[in-house]
Every structure is written in C-alpha cells, then in structure tokens.
Write a protein of this length. Structure first.
Length: 209
C-alpha cells in the first residue's frame, strides 16, 4: 500500500474520476482493518449471521477511524447516522446484503467475493462513507474463509481495481442495469481477484507435529 501511495500520481492519471490521495492515516486504518478481518476469520465469525451484523459496522469504523479512541469519539455522531442507514435502508441496507448472500454456497469463492463487492458498492451503498475500503476488507474476509489470500491494493492492480469500482457505484441495486450488467461485472472482478491473488499475504500456518 505504501508503494501505491508513492506511485499514486501516475495511477491517478489513468483513473476517471481521479481518486483522493492515500495518506498514512488511510494506510494505518486499512492495516488495522486487515487485522480485524484476520481475527474474524480466526474466530470463525459468520458476518451474515443476525447476531454478528455489528461486525460490519466495526469494519467500516476501522477503515475510517482506525483504533484511536479519540478519533472514534469524534466520529460518534457519524456512526449513529451510519447505523441508521445500515439497519433501516430498505433497498441497500444490511438486510439486502444478507438476503443476496443466502444460497451462494455453490459459487466459487472468487464469484462470491466479487458479487458481494458489487452488491455492497452499488446504489444505495451500504455505508455513508468508506464503502470502497470496507468492500475491499469484505472481499478479503470471503477469500480468507475459502483459504485464499486477501485482496491487497498494489501499483500493478490499482487501475484495474478502481475502474470497475467507479462503474459499480453508479448502478442502482433495484434497477435494470443491475440485472443485466452485474453478472458481467462480477465475472470480470472475480477473474481479476483470482489473477492477482498472492499467497505471500497469507500468514504461515503452524506445523502440526
């Protein structure tokens, strides 16, 4: 991610519309987010179970605020707004995402991760802010659950990741465009994730004697 920051001016020149620069706080918050994903997977937390939906909000808070208690306290009002949207939005809240995910066990882990990202990022988006970053963590949660490496943004994959994300966020969940365009976008993203999977991002497993 620091390599992405160093090459961001070049990357941004190829992206339409341009993205906001990546600074140290964004990197630190994403690293904290990946640590949270690791913990959720290690503890076998099912993010789609009704009692565990709060963990989605924690992922979103982490990418926006990290783990600093002071910054989190300043974010409290924003989080209340996010929670209302998360639980009460009829077309794009967490209920929509959970219902979409049910019955996807027969799909490959790449298709499930890609489809989840498409659903989360399309309009109305799941969160008030931080949907792209939270979506990247959600992708990683699904992939790690399938014994595949997490998705990590690099200089080599940044443009290919940013471009379809821009298309996805302009698609309405309940519109005809979602019905006709999401299958192709999901397959495209699934292929991208599989192509750029790098097992160096997996923690070494302890040997069993």
């Amino acid at each position: 991610m620091r390599d992405v920051r160093r090459g961001f001016q070049r990357i941004n020149a190829s992206v339409n519309p341009p993205r906001e620069p990546i600074d140290d706080s964004v990197i630190g918050n994403m690293v904290a987010g990946y640590a949270l994903v690791d913990a959720l997977v290690a503890d076998r937390i099912d993010l789609f179970a009704m009692g565990n939906l709060k963990h989605w909000l924690e992922l979103n808070t982490t990418v926006l605020c990290g783990t600093d208690p002071v910054e989190r306290a300043e974010y409290a009002r924003h989080r209340q707004t996010t929670e209302r949207r998360f639980y009460e939005e009829q077309d794009g809240g967490i209920r929509d995402l959970v219902e979409w995910y049910q019955g996807r066990d027969g799909e490959s882990v790449w298709m499930r991760a890609a489809g989840l990202y498409v659903r989360l990022l399309s309009r109305p988006q799941l969160f008030v802010e931080g949907n792209h970053r939270t979506g990247a963590l959600a992708i990683s949660y699904i992939l790690l659950g399938g014994d595949e490496p997490p998705f990590v943004l690099t200089p080599d994959n940044a443009v290919t990741y940013f471009d379809p994300s821009t298309v996805i966020k302009n698609i309405e969940k309940q519109g005809l465009a979602m019905r006709f365009r999401s299958p192709g976008l999901t397959r495209q993203l699934a292929s991208f994730l599989a192509e750029h999977a790098d097992r160096k991002y997996l923690l070494p497993q302890p040997r069993v004697s």
